[in-house]
Design a protein around this ligand. Structure first.
Ligand code: SF4
Ligand code: SF4
Length: 172
């Protein structure tokens, strides 16, 4: 009989302890936000989506050489009179499907401010493989082409596994 009442008491005490914890947190400030109506701003060094500014880029190729994933390509613009290459880009492309967000391109860029840089934007959503390729070129659709270095031509991404067909990998 004594054992029965001990069990009832310890069960009630455990529930009371749980409720006290709940009560304590009830009056603490919330640590979550109502996304997407509210958004957290990442820390300063956060590596979000890569942006590029064709106005400041001097087409030095350093970011291409620094990229370990081989996902940047560019072409120098040409002076229409002399037909010589100039320190401006004609086009610049990044394949986010290969990018590992390492920041080496940004670190190697000599311009001030940087011509390629990680923004704080984390809302990077791709529905198709094509959308992972961005190309900055006047009068050119920014999304969906990549530059084939061997054939020296812009192409639609093909022969690659669409990200949505890859089964999710469960860790642990
Ligand atoms: S972040 Fe790294 S992998 Fe991505 S484009 Fe820059 S250098 Fe290449
Ligand atoms: S390193 Fe900077 S300036 Fe040089 S090509 Fe890349 S983005 Fe342009």
């Amino acid at each position: 009989m004594i054992g029965y009442f001990k069990d009832v008491f310890s069960g009630a005490w455990a529930i009371t302890q749980g409720l006290l914890v709940t009560l304590r947190y009830l009056f603490k400030p919330s640590v979550t936000v109502h996304y997407p109506d509210e958004k957290l701003v990442p820390f300063e060094k956060f590596r979000g989506v890569l942006l590029f500014d064709p106005e400041t880029c001097i087409s030095c190729n350093l970011c291409v050489k620094a990229c370990p994933s081989n996902c940047i390509a560019l072409e120098n613009a040409t002076n229409p009179e002399t037909k010589k290459k100039i320190a401006k880009v004609d086009w610049y492309s990044i394949d986010f499907g290969k990018c590992n967000f390492c920041r080496l391109c940004e670190e190697s860029c000599p311009t001030k401010p940087k011509s390629v840089w990680h923004a704080l934007d984390y809302e990077l959503v791709f529905n198709k493989r094509d959308e992972m390729v961005r190309c900055w070129k006047a009068g050119f659709p920014i999304i969906g082409k990549y530059f084939d270095r061997k054939e020296k031509a812009f192409k639609d991404p093909e022969g690659q596994v669409p990200i949505h067909s890859v089964p999710p990998r469960h860790l642990g």
